[in-house]
Design a protein around this ligand. Structure first.
Ligand SMILES: CSC[C@@H](O)[C@@H](O)C(=O)COP(=O)(O)O
Ligand SMILES: [Zn+2]
Length: 209
């Protein structure tokens, strides 16, 4: 099935803009990270593998279907494409997915006890996420072990997300953050909110040592 070229062009521009912002923050260094935006129920625009995210151009964004297969492109999509498509597949309202590699997400994910999620509670900023109306809510961020086996990791994410469709993101140990939102603006706000909360957690750990 073909996709709407105008919608692709709009999605590509919003991914390029997101890359400039996220790289400038230091959250997507050295070609790391991948970004996507939904074009229609069956297609997403996603970054081509290996491209520098602070220097993206429209040609660094391609289209894949929800099985992760390229559509009208000879390029290789992000090595982590399946971690995007699983979210669009399970959560039909999702309009954008962002994966970042910040120092704080990387360090915090390595400090958490193995097998335990990061539980965020008591922070007013939790209200930056939809469905979290009070600081008393619990934001539960699982930490998946890092692996190069994306089929296996995407299956783990599918299982967790099916059981927890209201949670807005997860960490991969020593690797980074995945988060999503109804629009790119929502998704960027989620990255910012997570970064703030990760810094609070790390600072708390430092003081308590
Ligand atoms: C530059 S190391 C980071 C990669 O291994 C990967 O984790 C990543 O985020 C980017 O991969 P990509 O294939 O460009 O989407
Ligand atoms: Zn990555």
């Amino acid at each position: 099935m073909p996709f709407d070229v105008t919608r692709y062009a709009r999605a590509a521009q919003s991914i390029v803009d997101a890359g400039r912002f996220l790289f400038a923050q230091g959250w997507s260094p050295a070609t790391s990270s991948n970004y996507s935006e939904r074009i229609d129920p069956q297609h997403i625009a996603i970054t081509v593998s290996g491209r520098h995210k602070g220097q993206l151009e429209a040609g660094d964004v391609m289209v894949v279907d929800l099985q992760g297969q390229p559509v009208q492109s000879q390029c290789r999509s992000s090595a982590e494409t399946l971690l995007h498509t699983v979210v669009y597949d399970l959560l039909p309202d999702t309009g954008a997915v962002l994966h970042t590699h910040s120092v704080k997400a990387t360090v915090l994910s390595r400090l958490l006890p193995l097998g335990e999620p990061l539980v965020l509670s008591g922070y007013e900023l939790q209200k930056a996420f939809p469905g979290f109306d009070t600081h008393e809510s619990e934001l539960i961020v699982p930490v998946f072990d890092n692996t190069q086996d994306m089929d296996a990791l995407s299956q783990q994410v599918r299982q967790w997300l099916s059981a927890n469709p209201g949670q807005p993101g997860y960490l991969i140990r020593g690797h980074g953050l995945y988060t999503w939102g109804d629009t790119m603006a929502d998704c960027l706000r989620h990255v910012e909110a997570f970064e703030f909360l990760f810094e609070c957690e790390l600072e708390t750990m430092r003081i308590r040592r």
